[in-house]
Design a protein around this ligand. Structure first.
Ligand code: SRM
Ligand code: SF4
Length: 574
């Protein structure tokens, strides 16, 4: 099927016009990056995303500078695309060194197993991307209206099953890169050749996709990636070591815009399965469906999830079959999803071990107490361990010989690093997005509010004998859901400065969305709202029931009534 631009050009958003006129994502980016000044133009802002970077500004200083009539402090975020979060020791050390040379001396593990640099000045964007490329990594298509970094089970078990899924994720990631050489010309000084700017994009077409497109791989044993929050979720089904095929789920996505009820989080729906050798063909068939039917007029409603809801699952299944040339096979039977424990020491199955190290909010930094960045660098340097980033923003140090285990632990402890055994289950399963000061869309704090929020909820759980309860908490500074705040047990979603909407009722395995319990609660009042629910959970839970399951069973109205009754009681007692 030929790539079309849009069915109704009159309805195209400005970004669509820009993409089409950009000479396959070049625009004037090379000139803009070389020009003086700390910013790029609006077109440059939109185009540079395709190459893995966002222009940002320091939100902490912006207002004061504006009042003084001065320019904001602009810098760029750079995101590495690394399928499944896998890095070699050498690659990790290069990224670590780059964070000192060009950014704010931190590395930020993302919820999609990527790595971000923050605070890269405009003049350093090109050298940063070039250096990343020299270490055989890329930032190409880490952002933008294309297929983003593909996530997959981080479990570093050295067996045929894990090797197969990991290899397929890498294969798919490579197959879905665009043909444009813009990245190589702008950032890697590749000379333009005949046809540059007019490359044929058989998959994407001249306007690429209507919006970002996310793909995740899971197995029933490991849904760490929250596979159903992706536009396309791919679930590997094995029989022994033989890959029977992949179940396919479409239309996941978590972002929503407040006051736009026609935008909402949605979990992907299963539409069938594909044979092991159909991976690229079926994936491309799904992408082409979104390319040709996604909304190119309204970027807030441009994800595949809205096509799925507007047209219906049967239409989508038939459309994918038509793009493929034959109907999709039925879904393969699969057992329920689980999320495994990855932190701490685990045998890899090949004689070596991995150590899962918690990284609060994914921020690899040296802070007063804990010198996590120095510690990881020292371990990777000394023991040549290959790090894997997890969708829970943690790092797995892999390929450690049994004889080195004590040395690794000692080195981390010497740097003051908290290990799995030092933190609560809640801390272990808490995610927080970057939010302020870097994210332009943040309405309030997330990463910087993680510790106080976590401490207050830990204390409340402790008061009800739930200190050892496995419970997931996800904090975001706005409704876009970057830390997957609508799945899991509790989601705190930034509404206005200092206040959050409270979501509950999802499940630990990521198969059910949360519902909104409160619209706007000040940070200081979060625990007062949640604690009656913790008390009821401790008293009335059913065997094996998690907190999210309990909230789901009670439902919105009963939970609210219970919390209101508890508040009335405590006010009467005061
Ligand atoms: Fe995200 C936009 C950070 C995972 C949904 N996200 C942003 C931006 C780039 C803000 C912007 O557009 O100016 C944030 C940059 C902040 C900063 O300072 O670094 C940002 N998103 C992140 C990261 C770093 C959060 C984290 O804590 O790690 C994650 C980077 C992943 C990566 O390596 O690619 C990140 N974002 C997610 C996820 C989770 C996932 O994919 O598993 C989601 C929810 C799933 C989804 O896509 O629906 C997510 N981010 C969004 C959205 C809402 C998109 C939508 O269509 O509804 C936006 C806003 C947008 O695109 O307009 C957004
Ligand atoms: Fe920014 Fe909102 Fe994403 Fe947090 S959830 S990183 S505040 S866009």
């Amino acid at each position: 099927m030929p790539a079309t631009t849009t069915t109704n050009p009159a309805k195209r958003s400005g970004v669509e016009t820009l993409k089409e006129a950009s000479r396959r994502l070049r625009g004037a980016l090379a000139e803009e990056l070389a020009a003086p000044g700390s910013q790029v133009s609006e077109d440059g802002y939109n185009l540079i995303k395709f190459h893995g970077s966002y222009e940002q500004f320091d939100r902490d200083t912006a207002t004061a500078l504006k009042q003084k009539g001065q320019e904001k402090e602009y810098s760029f975020m750079v995101r590495v695309r690394m399928p499944g979060g896998r890095l070699s020791a050498a690659q990790y050390l290069t990224l670590d060194a780059l964070s000192d040379r060009y950014s704010n001396s931190t590395l930020r593990i993302t919820t999609r197993q990527g790595i971000q640099f923050h605070g890269v000045l405009k003049g350093n964007v090109k050298p940063t991307l070039a250096a990343i490329n020299q270490t055989l990594l890329t930032t190409q298509c880490a952002c933008g209206d294309v297929v983003r970094n593909i996530t997959t089970s981080p479990v570093p078990l050295r067996d045929a099953r894990h090797a197969r899924v990991e290899a397929d994720a890498v294969l798919l990631s490579r197959a879905l890169l665009p043909n444009s050489r813009a990245y190589h010309e702008i950032f890697l000084d590749e000379a333009p050749v005949d046809g540059a700017g007019e490359e044929v994009e058989p998959l994407y077409g001249p306007t690429y996709l209507p919006r970002k497109f996310k793909i995740g791989f899971a197995t029933p044993d490991d849904n760490s990636v929250d596979v159903l929050s992706n536009d396309l979720g791919i679930v590997a089904i094995f029989e022994g070591d033989r890959l029977r095929g992949y179940n396919i789920a479409v239309g996941g996505g978590l972002g929503m815009t407040h006051n736009r009820p026609d935008t909402y989080p949605r979990l992907a729906s299963f539409i069938g399965s594909m044979g092991p050798d159909e991976l690229v063909a079926v994936t491309e068939a799904v992408i082409r469906l979104q390319r040709d039917n996604g909304d190119r007029g309204d970027r807030k409603r441009a994800r595949l999830k809205y096509v799925v809801d507007d047209k219906g699952i049967d239409w989508v299944r038939a459309g994918v079959g038509a793009n493929l040339g034959h109907p999709l096979a039925d879904s393969l039977p699969m057992k329920p999803f689980a999320v495994p424990e990855l932190l701490g020491w685990h045998a890899q199955g090949d004689g070596n071990w991995w150590l899962g190290v918690p990284v609060p909010s994914g921020r690899i930094a040296d802070t007063g107490g804990a010198r996590l960045r120095s510690a990881l660098r020292a371990v990777v340097e000394r023991y040549n361990t290959d790090p894997t980033m997890t969708p829970h923003q943690d790092v797995l140090l892999t390929n450690i010989a049994p004889a080195d285990r004590d040395g690794v632990t000692r080195l981390l402890r010497e740097h003051g690093v908290a290990l799995a055994e030092d933190i609560s289950p809640l801390a272990h399963w808490t995610l927080a997005c970057p939010a302020l000061p870097t994210c332009r869309l943040a309405l309030t704090e997330a990463e910087r509010a993680r510790e106080p929020i976590l401490a207050s909820i830990e204390a409340a759980l402790g008061r009800h004998g739930l200190a050892n309860e496995r419970l997931s908490l996800r904090i975001t500074g706005c409704p876009n859901g970057c830390a997957r705040s609508y799945t899991g047990d509790i989601g705190l979603v930034g509404r206005v400065p200092g206040a959050y909407a409270i979501y509950v009722g999802g499940d630990f395995a990521g198969t059910r969305l949360c519902f909104k319990l409160f619209e706007r609660v000040k940070q200081a009042d979060l625990v007062a709202r949640l604690e009656p629910a913790f008390a009821a959970f401790a008293a009335d839970r059913q065997p094996g029931e998690g907190f999210g399951d309990f909230c789901h069973r009670l439902g919105h109205d009963a939970l609210l009534a219970l919390i209101a009754a508890a508040s009335a009681q405590s006010e009467a007692a005061d």
